[in-house]
Design a protein around this ligand. Structure first.
Ligand SMILES: [Fe+2]
Length: 356
């Protein structure tokens, strides 16, 4: 399909210049203009950040975790998340039965000159590299938006493999201390519960040392929970309206656990499989998620807050009704999960298969 060309990945981010590639691209652009698609009809739509802005906050205008498109794609510091991008692109392919990346790349060939024309900056990539970036990134974006905005599945409450990493690994607290302390209150209680449950399992199965270790961690997490919930209690005291709005906001975005980034170099859906097993064994479940919220609502006396604005009242109603709604979703999801159960090998127990 493509003539064999050397793929010089290191040149892109450093903008070192490949003359033959440049001549090749310019020649193609000129030839394309003679055909039916005059390039002046293709407006530049993907601009570089003006230097003046770049000088003020370089990091704000440079991808820190994941890149989309050819400008930053091959930067070594983003390689870590390229894996997640590929995982998500692969999911897109698996969900679309007849879809093949090679076919898409082939179709994009006729658009190559137009694609380049959309970019403000000269793209120092060869044809094959550029088209593969387009194919992977577009599949990734479609699947990402589908999952991120496809609410209603209980999996999205706890199992978003890599998606938060894409969102700068941000638990969606937006540098807002209200959201930050609400998130940590929830998350510390979740880890307290899951380690406590693991300790119980270990004890039941006769591994007393492991039970002791998990118990110690659980006790530690409990102390963290106490600290953070006290801070939020104080926030409710001094700014009930702002805090209830923050709590509702955080719960709408859903709380995801930091472990979603784990990877063993083998299983692209490792966290998904791991959390399915954790759910089945009762280590950390969607019921726990609802229980934690119910606990915090009671801990912070959310139901009896008074003097709220109309927005605050709405947020209060939303938060107080949410545990019951999560439980309903959970019941439906449990039924579906049973039907979809399959055996999955886990590398850390030497490939032994576990029902997930
Ligand atoms: Fe902790």
């Amino acid at each position: 399909m493509f003539p064999k060309k050397p793929t010089d990945s290191s040149t892109t981010h450093q903008h070192s210049f490949d003359e033959s590639r440049w001549v090749n691209n310019v020649r193609k652009s000129l030839d394309a203009e003679l055909e039916e698609h005059p390039l002046e009809q293709v407006a530049v739509s993907i601009f570089t950040v003006p230097k003046a802005l770049m000088c003020t906050h370089r990091d704000s205008y440079t991808p820190q975790r994941v890149s989309v498109g050819p400008y930053h794609c091959l930067k070594p510091e983003l390689h870590e998340t390229e894996r997640y991008k590929l995982t998500i692109a692969r999911k897109f392919r698996n969900n679309s039965k007849s879809f093949r990346f090679h076919d898409l790349v082939e179709k994009l060939q006729s658009l190559e000159v137009k694609i380049r024309a959309c970019y403000h900056k000269y793209i120092a990539l060869n044809e094959e590299t550029l088209l593969w970036i387009m194919a992977i990134d577009s599949s990734f974006l479609i699947e990402f938006l589908k999952v991120y905005y496809g609410f209603g599945k209980v999996e999205t409450l706890i199992n978003r493999v890599g998606h938060n990493e894409i969102l700068r690994d941000d638990p969606k607290t937006e540098n807002n201390p209200y959201l930050g302390f609400i998130y940590t209150s929830f998350q510390e209680r979740a880890t307290f519960i899951s380690h406590g449950n693991t300790a119980r399992h270990a004890k039941d199965l006769g591994d007393l040392k492991l039970a002791q270790i998990c118990g110690t961690i659980a006790a530690d997490e409990k102390r963290h929970e106490t600290a953070y919930t006290k801070i939020v209690e104080k926030l409710f005291e001094i700014d009930a309206d702002g805090t209830i709005l923050g709590l509702a906001d955080m719960m709408k975005k859903k709380i995801s656990m930091p472990a979603h980034l784990m990877y063993d170099g083998q299983d692209d859906n490792l966290f998904e499989h791991f959390s399915t097993v954790a759910q089945r064994l009762g280590v950390y479940t969607a019921k726990d998620y609802a229980d934690i919220l119910e606990f915090l609502v009671e801990r912070w006396n959310v139901e009896t807050l008074s003097g709220l604005s109309s927005e605050g009242h709405k947020a209060q109603d939303f938060v107080c009704g949410l545990p019951a709604r999560i439980r309903k979703i959970e019941e439906r999801a449990q039924g579906r999960a049973k039907e979809a159960a399959k055996n999955v090998p886990f590398s850390w127990i030497f490939g032994r298969e576990i029902r997930a």
